[in-house]
Design a protein around this ligand. Structure first.
Ligand code: 57M
Length: 358
């Protein structure tokens, strides 16, 4: 909105020309998102606590989690609010990619919110059934994927990391593929969100990585130079991603160990979906497996654990997802969190190096 209001003024005051630049607007969106989440954070915590919107803790998990009972949850609404407001203010809201990124994030946020809300009023860890939640996720992802499929300029060719000449065109299969990326990413972030700051760190690192990728993908000369697919208009997503990094950072202020609030499903489902849709729209869908390496590791640990238990009646990990395994091995919580963040930084560096290594 600020972009639409202020940029046209450059004909009168040339200083407003600066609003033309994605980099400037991304930095401003980040500052705004950070400010919003800092200012609103204490208020959100107070009102969640006043309404007794606190986390029920399962008693079959690591014993150290018992002390977390009653921690205000649904803090993800703060992240979404800061993200959406700053994106609306500084990005070009007529840009389809921005509209889709916001719509998918909010759509998954609403599913998560419903789940959290049901858990709270029932005062148990049972919200929406897994089946209903999954069907709703598929529905939102389907609408987004079909819209992209119909956009004339949006190609159904996918990018394969490390191979510049391998660019399979999925045609109509692009729709289920994009749905898989969005829904998979959303659920993987949800599984990861089990220790203070554990999920938001890699979300921020992933969003920062995609901010750069979106900028390069939307820049004809840079995309040509790097031999990556060029998608006109996708550069605006850098603003969305920068706002995501900053709203996450503002949330982390309150979610860092010992957490004053959790993001809830409203946060984890929405943020995972946000990364998924950005990966799809920047044509770096498969790269998300590397960028989101921590989320993949967490999801795989659950798959291995469940399959191994079903086939051999034996567990691979003391408990899945893998962060519980390290908790039960006696690693202090902050140690697990920071080490997973470090792994996430390494994953992002590897992912960025694929832009040149191809
Ligand atoms: C949600 N939610 C946290 C909080 C957060 C299939 C199975 C692997 C599913 C998995 C599961 O339910 N995962 C999804 C994980 C919960 O956090 C809330 O949920 C939101 C995210 N959706 O924002 O609102 C708890 O996590 C802790 N937490 C923090 N700090 C944070 O910043 O400490 C969260 C955020 C919170 C708090 O304690 O209450 C959760 O873990 O429930 N299930 C599991 O993870 C369970 N694993 C399991 O059963 N493993 C089995 C099989 C199925 C693989 C096995 O290993 O044999 C464990 N989870 C828990 N207890 N809580 C086991 C026991």
């Amino acid at each position: 909105m600020l972009y639409h209001l202020l940029y046209p003024l450059h004909t009168i005051y040339s200083a407003f020309n600066v609003f033309r630049y994605i980099t400037f607007r991304a930095a401003l969106a980040a500052l705004m998102a950070l400010l919003l989440s800092f200012l609103l954070g204490p208020y959100v915590i107070r009102s969640l606590a006043a309404k007794q919107i606190g986390q029920p803790i399962r008693d079959d998990g690591p014993a150290s989690h018992a002390t977390k009972a009653g921690t205000p949850t649904m803090g993800g609404s703060l992240i979404i609010l800061a993200l959406v407001l700053s994106t609306f203010l500084l990005a070009d809201i007529t840009n389809l990619y921005i509209a889709l990124a916001v719509a998918v994030t909010v759509g998954f946020g609403v599913i998560g919110f419903t789940d959290d809300y049901l858990k709270l009023i029932r005062k148990s860890s049972k919200g929406l059934t897994a089946r209903t939640k999954f069907l709703l996720q598929l529905a939102v992802a389907f609408v987004a994927a079909v819209i992209l499929y119909w956009v004339p300029d949006f190609s159904t060719v996918i990018g394969v990391p490390f191979f510049k000449n391998v660019r399979p065109d999925l045609g109509l299969w692009y729709v289920p593929f994009a749905m898989l990326v969005i829904v998979g990413s959303s659920n993987a972030v949800n599984l990861t969100d089990g220790l203070d700051g554990l999920a938001i760190g890699p979300v921020m690192i992933g969003a920062g990585t995609y901010a750069l990728i979106a900028y390069l993908t939307g820049h004809l000369k840079l995309a040509e130079y790097l031999q990556i697919p060029y998608v006109a208009g996708v550069g605006e997503l850098s603003i969305f991603c920068a706002a995501l990094v900053a709203s996450g950072l503002g949330f982390l202020w309150f979610n860092t160990y010992p957490a004053q609030m959790f993001m809830g499903d409203v946060g984890s489902l929405a943020l995972g979906a946000a990364l998924g849709i950005v990966a799809v729209m920047t044509k770096n869908e498969i790269l998300l497996v590397i960028v989101g390496g921590v989320f993949v590791m967490e999801a795989l640990s659950v798959i291995f654990q469940v399959v191994s238990y079903k086939l051999r009646r034996k567990r691979v990990f003391l408990m899945a997802p893998i962060h519980h395994h390290y908790e039960l091995k006696g690693w202090p919580e902050p140690q697990i969190i920071v080490r997973f963040w470090i792994i996430s930084v390494i994953c992002s560096l590897v992912a960025l190096s694929t832009l040149k290594l191809r």
